[in-house]
Write a protein that binds this ligand. Structure first.
Ligand SMILES: *Cc1c(COP(=O)(O)O)cnc(C)c1O
Length: 535
């Protein structure tokens, strides 16, 4: 695990004289290899194009008089200028392939190249959802194989593969609960959600037509079992509990919670976004969970954020599986995997589907990547993923708790993420200031101000794919900015100092976004981009 650091950098020794931003101004605005780049509207012109096509030869116009009478006004560049424009912009981005991404709750882990290789195989990459089913049997086998892994790993009864993100999976699970309750003529109205929940949980329950009530936490940060039990009754449809929670804690009472909820006639939804902390160690089915989404893009390493789409299959208990959405895959009596598109396909004992979540079968590219990841790790490798993710997070928690307040550090080890608060910072320094200073140190900031129950929260998730050397370097950077925050270093308030752009007014940008570009000072007589119809 410990790799020698080529730059000779040692933990605890700040890197000297690496500040390429200091020094005299340059006429170009560039700083050696860090190139400034204007917007494409500022450098492109409407009469330039990177392609050279012949005028179309005649042919009937079939636009029925709706054809554009003026130029669309889009800026054009030559091919090399276009390539350079986007490459320069991309160099101002941070990415998992550049460095550690400590975003808690998001699980930004390395995306193994093997996954990409497999997903790009033409038989997977080039299939079309409307292709005849007997030409995509290999794809259906992949979906079915992945479905079986997810069922085994979670100890559940069935799985709905089509939801396209965690939040979409939550909606699918809650709609299954709703369908099961309606099938028994039970119009329950309330879903209970802990205070620390991800915002998508209450949003999902509200979207599905439920009233949301908070469940309080105990002093350990975990769900207060007695408070929950005393709220259960004939109006409670179910609970939505994240395990491990967004505080980075394992809900030790989940089995007791499930038993109580079932006793009261409700269902248990588990937000499984943090499954990477327990995969191969704990089966949610054994804890009485009825429905749980799995973020393939978190636990099973398919690229996300700026890098790709999500995928949120939902595993279902025996009670809920019959209500899962169409379409679904199942191995029939003939030994073949079928894509079931119709209701009442009794031969597959699945006759009560609540409807559909998506037009087609889900994210094929994500399924292929997740299965490649699972098969390359094997069952023992997946268990090791959980163990290393938890080990790395605890290393960060214990390495920094002398300079950063860890509100639940007293309640034992954390799971896959370390939670800190702004307690102990100088009065006028905020979590935001610390995060901006971390950008100057070359890191994407951690998740901030979430979970809401912790003041000035900082949630750090290193994941299992980081080496000890990388963690030590990050800890040194975070320790340094934390010490500056405690000492009240005023320079933090204007950070970042070295990023391509200084601190932006994020509130103004969110409240009054300017979405159309206006030419600042057009030379007299030139039509502006917007007058030409450009945006
Ligand atoms: C990421 C996350 C979600 C939502 O998943 P998406 O795929 O982003 O829709 C829900 N709950 C928790 C705890 C999460 O971390």
């Amino acid at each position: 695990m410990s790799t020698p650091n080529q730059s000779g950098w040692k933990p605890g020794s700040p890197v000297q004289d690496h500040n390429a931003m200091s020094g005299p101004d340059t006429v170009t605005g560039n700083r050696a290899l860090m190139l400034e780049e204007p917007l494409i509207f500022e450098i492109g012109t409407t009469d330039t194009t990177g392609v050279d096509l012949p005028e179309p030869a005649g042919g009937a116009n079939r636009l029925g008089g709706l054809d554009r009478s003026e130029s669309i006004g889009l800026p054009g560049l030559s091919e090399p200028e276009t390539v350079r424009h986007y490459t320069r912009l991309s160099r101002q981005n941070y990415a998992i392939d550049l460095g550690l991404f400590p975003l808690g709750s998001c699980t930004m882990k390395h995306n193994p190249r093997l996954n990409e290789k497999v997903a790009r195989m033409p038989g997977f990459a080039d299939v079309h959802p409307l292709q005849p089913v007997d030409t995509v049997k290999g794809g259906l086998e992949v979906i079915n194989e992945l479905a079986n892994w997810l069922i085994d790993l979670t100890g559940m009864h069935g799985v709905a593969m089509s939801p396209k993100a965690g939040a979409h999976g939550e909606l699918c699970g809650i709609l299954c609960i709703r369908a099961a309750l309606e099938a028994r003529g039970d119009a329950r109205e309330v879903i209970l959600v802990p205070e620390s929940a991800h915002g998508t949980n209450p949003a999902t329950a509200a979207f599905a037509g439920y009233k949301i009530e908070d469940i309080p936490a105990n002093s350990d940060g975990r769900v207060d079992l007695d408070a929950l039990k005393s709220r259960l009754g004939p109006d409670v449809a179910g609970v939505m509990i994240t395990n491990p929670s967004t505080l980075g804690l394992f809900e030790r009472d989940l089995k007791a919670i499930s038993d109580a909820v079932h006793e009261a006639g409700g269902f248990v939804y588990c937000d499984g976004a943090n499954f990477n902390a327990i995969v191969g160690k704990v089966r949610p089915g054994d804890l009485g969970v009825d429905a749980m989404h799995i973020n393939l893009h978190k636990t099973f390493s398919t690229p996300h954020g700026g890098g790709g789409p999500g995928s949120g299959p939902v595993v279902l208990s025996e009670a809920l599986a019959p209500y899962g959405p169409l379409p679904y895959v199942v191995r029939g009596k003939d030994g073949e995997v079928h894509l079931v598109e119709e209701e009442n396909a009794d031969e597959f004992e699945h006759t009560k589907a609540f409807g559909r979540m998506t037009a087609f079968h889900g994210q094929m590219g994500m399924f292929t990547r997740a299965l490649a990841y699972i098969l390359s790790h094997g069952a023992d490798g997946l268990r090791q993923v959980a163990e290393d993710a938890v080990l790395n997070a605890n290393y960060i928690l214990r390495s920094l708790e002398d300079v950063l307040d860890a509100p639940f550090g007293h309640s034992g080890p954390c799971m896959h993420e370390a939670l800190f608060s702004d307690k102990g910072f100088a009065e006028d320094i905020s979590t935001l200031d610390l995060a901006k200073a971390l950008i100057d140190e070359g890191y994407h900031p951690m998740t901030m101000y979430f979970p809401l129950v912790v003041h000035g929260a900082m949630l750090v998730e290193p994941t299992e794919t980081e080496s000890k050397a990388t963690l030590d370097q990050f800890i040194t950077a975070l320790r340094s900015v934390a010490e500056r925050a405690r000492a009240g270093d005023e320079a933090l308030k204007t950070a970042p100092h070295y990023a391509p752009r200084r601190r932006l007014d994020e509130t103004l940008a969110a409240r009054k976004p300017i979405l159309a570009w206006e030419e600042p000072n057009p030379p007299a007589g030139t039509p502006t981009m917007s007058e030409q119809g450009g945006r």
